[in-house]
Structure formats: structure tokens, C-alpha cells
Design a protein around this ligand. Structure first.
Ligand code: SAM
Length: 225
């Protein structure tokens, strides 16, 4: 049984994919996809021995030894050519770390068929990385799980440049705003408004900080209409 967040990530893994789940921790995601016969083969990569032990117990528990391979490795070094991996999931980390992992494992001559990324923060940086490295977004999603808003980016090979607005808010969300996406940015707007109120109360509206909050708020309000 997956969390709502991981179930949403799993939804974007194509049927029959050969999957690498990088930073897999308990390997819940690949184990679930294998047990449901949605995929036939997966690598669970982990940089830390503790989480890799969690991966191994999950493999034992479900007798997935022949289909789920644990690898102790930094990022995409877990993937070997013979694995014929076509889909990569990197979920539950900061956007900077996701970009670092993608950069370290990036070959000019090779693109995965699909990347499913779930950055907790710095989502704009991940969109930028994709557009600068031969990938384009093919879908995006915001989901709410236990009061947290999570973004999922789905990318496939392609060449595209995004505007600053698209990098921040997501090209798909701007054209087809979902309720969860709107709530996420309404909540962010409310947070900024309350900071601005405090600055106003302290009579510090001439500061650079106040002006940048004001600009940020304006961008959000424009994206939300
Ligand atoms: N992907 C799972 C999820 O979304 O629930 C687990 C997320 S957990 C918060 C992040 C995991 O990434 C940790 O287990 C950590 O050890 C692993 N990790 C961090 N940096 C990594 C790297 N460079 N290569 C592989 N794994 C990494």
C-alpha cells in the first residue's frame, strides 16, 4: 500500500517499464509496481547502507529477488547498460539534489524514455535542468497528501525553452490549473501577505525585502487568474 504521494508518482510509470528508482529507501514504489505486474524489472538505487538494508528487507518480504535489484551507488551510477532501463524515478528529495544526480549521470548521447521526478522544493530548477538537457515536460501534477503539497514532473526527450513564469509555475498548470495547484499557490500568496503585513506594521515598506515580496505576490496573483 503506497502513500498518496508515491501512488501519484507510480501512476506516471509506463506499463512494462524497466525502472530505476534512485534514492529508493524502502523500495515501496518499485515493489508495488512489480507486485501489481505493472512493470517487470527494477533497480532500487541507494547511496546509504541503512536505506539499502530497507530495500533488501522489502525484496525478501515479497520474494522479488529476480526482479528487483538493490544497488549501493551514488545516483544514476546504480544503472548499468545491461539493465536496459528506460524509466527513472527520483522522488522525495530537494530539487537541487535531483539536478545534481541528473547532471552526474547525464550523457550527451543518451536520454531515458521517461523521467518521473518529485522534487520537494526548488521545482523551478528541475524544470530548467530538463529544458537545458534535452528533455521536455509531458505532464505535471500537484497532489495534496496529509496537508503537504507535492509536485510531480514527467519528462521525455525533446527540446523546449520555458519562460520564467513557466519555470516557476509549470507550463501545464498555467494552461490547465488544477485545484491542488491553485491551493498550493493561494497558500503561498497568503504566507507572503502575512509577512508583508508584519513589514508594514514595522514601517519598513521601503526595504528591498518588502519590494521583492510585493513582486513575488504580484507574480503569483497573475498566475492564479
Ligand atoms: N524515494 C523515496 C520516496 O520518495 O519516498 C525515498 C525518499 S528519501 C526522503 C531520500 C532517499 O534518497 C534517502 O534514502 C537517501 O539515502 C537517498 N539519496 C540521497 N542522495 C542520494 C544519491 N545521491 N544517490 C542515491 N540515493 C540518494
Amino acid at each position: 500500500h503506497l502513500s498518496k504521494r508515491l501512488a501519484a508518482v507510480a501512476n506516471f510509470v509506463p506499463d512494462g517499464a524497466r525502472l530505476a528508482d534512485i534514492g529508493s529507501d524502502h523500495a515501496y514504489l518499485p515493489a508495488n509496481l512489480l507486485l501489481n505486474n505493472q512493470i517487470s524489472f527494477a533497480i532500487a538505487g541507494e547511496v546509504a547502507p541503512g536505506p539499502l538494508d530497507n530495500v533488501k528487507s522489502e525484496i525478501q518480504r515479497h520474494r522479488l529477488n529476480d526482479r528487483l535489484i538493490p544497488r549501493l551507488a551514488d545516483g544514476l551510477a546504480a544503472v548499468e547498460t545491461d539493465d536496459l532501463i528506460d524509466t527513472v524515478v527520483i522522488a522525495g528529495m530537494g530539487g537541487r539534489l535531483i539536478c545534481q544526480i541528473l547532471t552526474d549521470g547525464h550523457l550527451e548521447t543518451h536520454r531515458y524514455h521517461r523521467l518521473v521526478l518529485q522534487p520537494n522544493i526548488d521545482i523551478d530548477l528541475v524544470r530548467l535542468w530538463l529544458s537545458e538537457n534535452g528533455y521536455q515536460l509531458v505532464d505535471e501534477s500537484v497532489i495534496v497528501d496529509e496537508g503537504h503539497y507535492y509536485e510531480i514532473l514527467v519528462a521525455e526527450p525533446g527540446n523546449i525553452a520555458y519562460s520564467a513564469r513557466e519555470l516557476q509555475f509549470g507550463p501545464y498548470h498555467l494552461t490547465e490549473p488544477s485545484q491542488a495547484w491553485q491551493e498550493k499557490w493561494q497558500r503561498e500568496a497568503a504566507r507572503i501577505k502575512s509577512i508583508m503585513k508584519n513589514i508594514e506594521a514595522a514601517d519598513k515598506t521601503q526595504t528591498e525585502a518588502y519590494q521583492s515580496y510585493k513582486q513575488e505576490l504580484q507574480m503569483i496573483m497573475e498566475a492564479l487568474v
